[in-house]
Design a protein around this ligand. Structure first.
Ligand code: PMP
Length: 326
């Protein structure tokens, strides 16, 4: 008989799927690393379980403990699955910008959800960064995950996502394109691929309102780059330790409108029902089309599933309110 001992055994080994019509103007073969096949419907299951296992191994997380994390939802989902299987309590601290579905889903898998205002500075005591740190200090036998600076995050992608992409493309990959939030995905996959073949180009997708692109190009942390934006999952107003700027060849920024519109196009044109950052990655890839030639093999990673965006991106009223559709 072939079965997993528990749900965590189904994480990883996701498919690569060719993008057809939507990638017609790109001369290369374009393949999507389709991470919604993970049990929590996102790539984040990989790093969530890795962070738990490494914290158990060195005693940061002890039996009966409480896991606390500031998370936009996907990491929380992965951590919640790990917490259920391994017997921990889970608290997710989330900003009020995140979709209601994400919060409901976290509660459905047994997590407590603490909602914080989005429009405050990171060091404001009300921000979700500050609140998660404070809760971790106040809660006995708790462990603050801190996915931004936790090295197990990028390591999970170095050990699983990177090798999978290399093997699935039989070493023929020439470009990797991916949205950047904590930086775990791009840094872990990018490091693995560049060790295999230093000629592989690594492109990050950033959003307007985030510091990454400017910092990569100038080395300057420019506060003028920071303003509220709608795209979920990518971009930051801080520099997480998990972003390894040295392995990244370049960033391109995608507007909120383009990210939303291209998320819908992926569903309508390719049958790929995905989250907001997938639309940003797809549009970013099209913006980069001059980088690719006909013999190239481009892999774009799609982080999460469309179900979490039904009341937003896939809702016409919401799209009209934002001015994203007529
Ligand atoms: N897309 C979505 C939907 C996400 O939840 C995240 C994680 N914040 C990302 C992209 C970015 O991934 P990473 O944190 O590994 O850079």
């Amino acid at each position: 008989m072939k079965y997993s001992e528990n749900i965590l055994g189904t994480i990883g080994n996701t498919p690569l799927v060719k993008i057809n019509k939507l990638a017609e103007e790109i001369p290369a073969l374009v393949l999507a690393k389709y991470e919604t096949f993970n049990p929590g419907n996102s790539v984040k299951d990989r790093m969530a379980v890795k962070m738990i296992e490494e914290a158990e191994a060195d005693g940061r997380l002890k039996p009966g403990g409480t896991i606390i994390e500031g998370t936009s939802g996907n990491t929380g989902m992965g951590l919640a699955l790990g917490a259920i299987v391994k017997g921990y309590k889970m608290v997710c601290v989330i900003s009020d910008k995140q979709s209601k579905e994400k919060m409901d889903i976290l509660r459905a898998v047994g997590s407590e959800v603490v909602v914080c205002p989005n429009d405050v500075e990171p060091d404001d005591p009300r921000s979700y960064y500050s609140t998660s740190k404070r809760l971790a200090e106040e809660t006995p036998n708790s462990w603050y995950v801190n996915q931004y600076d936790n090295p197990s995050n990028a390591k999970a992608h170095y050990e699983s996502t990177g090798p999978e992409i290399w093997e699935q493309t039989e070493g023929k990959i020439t470009h990797f394109v991916v949205g950047v939030g904590t930086g775990g995905t791009i840094s872990g996959v990018g490091k693995y691929l560049k060790e295999k073949n230093p000629d592989i180009k690594i492109w990050g997708i950033d959003t307007y309102g985030s510091v990454f692109k400017k910092y990569h190009e100038t080395g300057e942390f420019d506060e003028n780059e920071i303003y509220p934006y709608i795209t979920e999952g990518i971009g930051e107003d801080i520099l997480p330790a998990n972003v390894d700027f040295d392995i990244i060849d370049g960033f391109t920024k995608v507007t909120d409108k383009d990210a939303a519109v291209y998320t819908r196009k992926l569903a309508e044109i390719e049958g790929m029902f995905l989250g907001n950052s997938a639309g940003a990655a797809m549009k970013g890839l099209l913006q980069l089309k001059k980088e690719f030639t006909k013999d190239d093999v481009v892999v774009v990673l799609f982080h999460d599933h469309g179900s979490r965006y039904v009341a937003k991106i896939y809702n016409d009223d919401w799209m009209r309110e934002q001015g994203f559709i007529e």
